[in-house]
Design a protein around this ligand. Structure first.
Ligand code: PBG
Length: 332
């Protein structure tokens, strides 16, 4: 023992780790069901719950089955669901006009869920890809994604969703100027209370693969989305996109994908303080499921640990396909 050095560690962190009770007392963050948004897929038909191969445990529901699932989600304490349509390939066109049809499958699902479970918040997706013959989020002309023309289409789509009763609109398309245009149109049409969660920091990611299968867009997609989604290398650009969308009228912002972009979750929350969400996307879900199915990881524990990381990184909430499973686990 050297002189002038205490013969024991003054700070024993292990004192507060000794028991479950002590650990609970000093726990800094918690995952709660109230912070989760459940993304769901809807398709035509009746009584259908069709498994999505690349996302074990996830289904495409017909509207009546989705209403049932929405009721269950509400009973489990999940505050919101987010609806993504699977459209029949025969309905896809280059003009994407089904996207703003008041009777399209997504709008019918919104209306029926709001009628059956009014207290469950319904979020939408605004982008043309489920309706586009070439799988892109925007209108394509001579191989180019047309920004301003697409924004006009997105505004029509947003208004149709607001009329169907949506609580939160989710523009996921990454065209420039869409948040301002949608916000103006909502105000002008008497939908000043409809919220916008902007997919503000959305990266051109390989983690969306299973989702594109789920909505039937992977076969259709020609090329990639790098001319509109953010380069995964760019952090400052992502922050500028978030700032722009908040200025243009977004109420909440999203970082997407989630785990590989946790640095941006923290930075966005610290820089702007606005309600910040992460989207734990389809590829993140599929990786956990695949490893768990092989017995290589404990699926439930990895699920909870990944969700905790979003809270630790400053997120107010998370969009996750795990939502009902988390609720069942936490509700006991
Ligand atoms: C499309 C959209 C995508 C996701 C949500 N909306 C895919 C894409 O941009 O190609 C991804 C969600 C997920 O992977 O879970 N506008």
């Amino acid at each position: 023992m050297r002189r002038n050095q205490a013969p024991f560690p003054k700070t024993r962190f292990r004192r507060a780790r000794r028991s479950a009770s002590m650990r609970a007392l000093v726990r800094e963050n918690r995952v709660s069901v109230e912070d989760l948004i459940w993304p769901v897929f809807v398709r035509e038909g009746h009584g259908i719950e069709e498994p999505v191969t690349s996302m074990p445990g996830v289904h495409r529901f017909s509207v009546n089955c989705l209403v049932k699932a929405a009721k269950e989600a509400h009973l489990l304490g999940i505050p919101a669901i987010c609806i993504f349509p699977y459209t029949d390939p025969s309905l896809k066109t280059e003009a994407c006009e089904i996207a703003w049809d008041p009777d399209n499958i997504a709008n019918r699902a919104i209306a029926e869920i709001k009628a059956a479970v009014p207290d469950l918040a319904v979020m939408t997706d605004i982008a043309l890809d489920p309706y586009n013959a070439n799988g892109h989020d925007g209108i394509v002309r001579d191989g180019e994604i047309m920004n301003d023309e697409t924004v006009e289409a997105l505004v029509k789509m947003a208004l149709a969703q607001a009329r169907a009763g949506a609580d939160i609109l989710g523009p996921s398309d990454m065209m420039d100027g869409r948040i301002g245009a949608i916000r103006d149109a909502l105000e002008a049409e008497g939908f000043g209370n409809v919220a916008i969660m902007s997919y503000a920091a959305k990266f051109a990611s390989a983690f969306y693969g299973p989702f594109r299968d789920a909505v039937g867009a992977s076969g259709a997609l020609k090329g990639d989305k790098k001319t509109y989604q953010i380069d995964p290398a760019n952090r400052r650009e992502a922050l500028r996109c978030v700032e722009r969308d908040l200025t243009d009228g977004a109420d909440m912002v999203m970082v997407k994908p989630g785990l590989p972009y946790l640095d941006l979750c923290r930075e966005v929350k610290d820089a702007f303080g606005a309600p910040t969400f992460a989207y734990q996307v389809s590829g993140e879900y599929a990786m956990v499921e695949a490893a768990a199915a092989n017995g290589w990881i404990d699926g439930d524990r990895v699920m909870m640990e990944s969700l905790m990381s979003f809270r630790r990184a400053g997120c107010d909430g998370v969009l996750t396909y795990f939502a009902p499973r988390v609720a069942r686990l936490l509700n006991g």
